[in-house]
Design a protein around this ligand. Structure first.
Ligand code: AMO
Length: 427
């Protein structure tokens, strides 16, 4: 029987002199001069159990342990348990494929991902996903408080939403379907349906063949869309406030996890100082800083721009707006030869794309051929505009990229529970 009233390890530290029952995983076992020091781990923390008796269980076995809490200067956290008895809920095999009680810095990414089911038990690796969970929560809380309604749109779609490439085809009862590249068209539909402000947290699929530290084939897209705006500026200001809220929340709720990684988020107040530069200005800044002319804001340019922003504005983040039409999908709202669209870079990486969308039916009809599209390619999407849609826009953040950059992880796959790449569909 499992005692449902067991004490959580984090709470046990303040129960000196009391008898407690803790349940968790055997994290480490040491035998020093006949005394066994067993570190037990649960979701709230770790605690040392001390026993004179033999302790034959392999690490990662799951037990419930009973004993008295006593203060000890030598024990981590200042208290330990004098182990009196325990029962075994599950005995682990002795050949653990990767160590989970050491700094994962010694493991290759391949070893971490090949043994994902076990490597996730490493408290430092698990901490990544505690931070990620707080990011998801902060996103929902912030946008709900701003009057946005959460939606869940289908991930099986009949055609592309971000252009025809990078689509995963699917045999759908003998018909061709695809995995959604983004909820783009659906979030616009829900603004027009009358919700005005919507957000979605869901997977997006990109059949990108390249192998980079910033791409995965399945990622979590944090999407926002809102009506009654007439440029990208209100979206930028909304995202600026969201980023400040996110950093404040992570700093408050993830102090322990940030500590494990020796990482920190930018000062929330400094989000007010994130500069907004146009696409052309961004390229000029790169040229001035490096002496090199760039044709595009490529990954190297993104790093240069964030270093520049850190130096000039005190925060390694930059909004870039005014992207040329050829760089943006058909739905981007034009401003001369440019578009009312933007990206947000954070610590050298694009984490957001957004902008105002074309909402006028005639303008959309005119734009489609420029992107090699016909009205019939978009099917029911066109009804959104044919029958009255407010001016609107939105943006999307990549959850894994935010997590990666908060923690300074070298590869986005480290910030993905079960990453999907060209080689990897399991575990
Ligand atoms: P975009 O395609 O730029 O825009 O994607 C938005 C954000 O999603 C993340 N992202 C990815 N993360 C990991 N691996 C990938 N392969 C990947 N692709 C994208 C990035 C990126 O900034 N519909 C528009 C958004 C909008 O305008 O609202 C879109 O999907 O963080």
């Amino acid at each position: 029987m499992v005692n449902e009233n067991r004490t959580l390890i984090a709470d046990a530290f303040s129960k000196t002199g009391e008898q407690v029952e803790l349940c968790g995983w055997v994290h480490r076992v040491r035998n020093l001069g006949g005394v066994r020091f067993i570190v037990l781990r649960d979701r709230s923390g770790q605690m040392q159990l001390v026993s004179d008796a033999d302790f034959p269980l392999p690490v990662e076995s799951v037990i419930c342990a009973r004993g008295t809490v006593r203060a000890s200067d030598k024990a981590p956290g200042g208290a330990e348990i004098a182990l009196e008895s325990y029962n075994v809920l599950a005995q682990a095999a002795p050949d653990l494929p990767v160590a989970v009680n050491q700094d994962p810095g010694g493991l290759s990414l391949g070893a971490i991902l090949d043994n994902r089911m076990i490597s996730l038990r490493n408290p430092k690796l698990l901490a990544i996903f505690r931070i990620q969970a707080v990011c998801v929560q902060a996103f929902g809380d912030f946008f709900r408080s701003e009057g946005f309604t959460e939606i869940k749109s289908s991930k099986i779609i009949g055609g592309g939403s971000e252009g025809g490439t990078n689509l995963f085809p699917l045999d759908y009862f003998g018909k061709k379907a695809y995995l959604a590249q983004s909820p783009q068209l659906y979030k616009q539909a829900m603004v027009a349906a009358g919700l005005e402000r919507v957000f979605e947290i869901g997977h997006a699929y990109r059949a990108e063949k390249h192998e980079t530290p910033r791409h995965i084939n399945e990622y979590v897209s944090l999407d926002v869309e809102m009506g009654f705006i007439d440029s990208e500026r209100p979206l930028i200001e909304l995202e600026r406030r969201f980023m400040a809220y996110l950093f404040e929340t992570v700093r408050r709720d993830n102090a322990r996890e940030l500590g494990l990684w020796e990482a920190d988020v930018p000062n929330p107040e400094s989000c007010d100082a994130i500069p907004i530069v146009s696409y052309d200005e961004a390229k000029d800044i790169v040229k001035k800083t490096t002496g090199q002319r760039v044709m595009d804001v490529n990954p190297e340019a993104e790093r240069v721009l964030c270093d520049w922003a850190q130096k000039e504005h005190g925060i390694a983040m930059v909004f870039i707006n005014d992207f040329p039409r050829r760089k943006r999908p058909f739905y981007a709202y034009p401003r001369d030869q440019k578009t009312m669209s933007f990206d947000l870079l954070f610590r050298g990486l694009e984490i957001t794309t957004g902008g105002r969308r074309i909402h006028e039916y005639p303008m959309l009809l005119e734009a489609l051929p420029k992107y090699g599209l016909k009205e019939s390619d978009l099917g029911a999407y066109m009804d959104i505009f044919k029958y009255g849609c407010p001016p609107h826009g939105g943006f999307a953040l990549g959850l894994e990229r935010i997590t990666q950059k908060i923690l300074g992880l070298a590869n986005i796959k480290e910030a993905t529970l079960f990453p999907r790449d060209r080689q990897r569909v399991a575990p």
